[in-house]
Design a protein. Structure first.
Length: 294
């Protein structure tokens, strides 16, 4: 079984479903509200666990009701939470609007996630023992860099989702094996809107990149090779929240199992397509049997 360490955020998603997102200064009437366990780190951990990975979650939740609920949900999925610390104060939250087209807008309040500024001996040991490390940018950058450095030192393959997008220091990119931005993040990091041009620029810093393109699929590129565009399955999306994290978590399991990139991407794309056909983030992530049957 593939061992996956996830160093990342754990949030409670507060989701409002609306016909359309409000403009600045505007109030709209929504049709539904839900609280759903989320956070990019926890979402990727959940996706990997449901896809068959053996997952350890590294991060923090708050000493509140949300924290207890978040921890319980991860443990129910079989995820090791021994390194998910409880910090004083509130858990992280994400305030999400989802419109009738399935598009979302998100405001993240870090809460307990902001306390994860460095790694202890236990966290570094867990990273070193994994087959792959999954990173995002909802934790303080100092911890993300430390995790990537620890993984690189032990030959652990590191996947970085650069979200929320921000300038990335060389000390992080030097230790990343596979960068997985969406098309907007790739444009922000490279200065080019065209995914092919963005990939060419970003491959100067990392050996491999996958740029996710929503309904258009994803673009894979590696140094010294020709870029490959993989189409996405054609489905009707009702909520795109968590789709990118589903893709990454499932992809990590496939890569850890030694599958070729084309096969791994196709499997992960099927998982993401199943995710967008249901509401919520972690609640919509498919199990391995569902992905295999799709």
């Amino acid at each position: 079984m593939t061992g996956i360490a996830v160093l990342g955020s754990t949030n409670m998603d507060l989701v409002a479903y609306v016909p359309r997102a409000p403009a600045l200064g505007e109030t709209v009437t929504g049709r539904e509200f839900r609280t759903v366990p989320g956070g990019k780190g926890a979402n990727q951990a959940m996706a990997a666990a449901r896809a068959g990975g053996e997952v350890v979650m590294i991060g923090a939740v708050g000493a509140d009701a949300f924290g207890a609920e978040l921890r319980a949900g991860l443990e129910h999925a079989g995820i090791d939470t021994d390194l998910l610390h409880t910090a004083d104060g509130p858990s992280g939250t994400a305030h999400i609007t989802v419109d009738d087209e399935g598009a979302n807008a998100i405001v993240v309040i870090p809460g307990a996630n902001g306390t994860v500024t460095s790694l202890g001996a236990g966290e570094i040991a867990a990273v070193a023992a994994a087959d792959l490390l999954l990173l995002q940018l909802e934790l303080p950058l100092s911890a993300v860099v430390e995790g990537a450095r620890a993984a690189h030192a032990q030959g652990v393959r590191t996947l970085l989702t650069p979200s929320p997008v921000q300038p990335l220091p060389d000390e992080l990119l030097d230790h990343v094996d596979l960068l997985i931005p969406n098309e907007h993040e790739a444009a922000a990091l490279s200065g080019y809107d065209d995914p092919h041009a963005a990939a060419e620029i970003l491959l100067r810093q990392v050996p491999e990149i996958i740029i996710t393109l929503g309904s258009k699929g994803c673009l894979y590129a590696a140094r010294g090779g020709e870029p490959v565009l993989f189409p996405a399955p054609e489905v009707t999306a009702v909520d795109t929240t968590g789709a990118g994290d589903t893709f990454v978590g499932t992809l990590a399991v496939a890569l850890g199992e030694g599958r070729p990139v084309a096969e791994a991407v196709a499997w992960a794309s099927s998982a993401a397509a199943l995710c967008v056909q249901k509401h919520g983030a972690s609640t919509s992530m498919p199990f391995r049997s569902e992905i295999d049957a799709s």
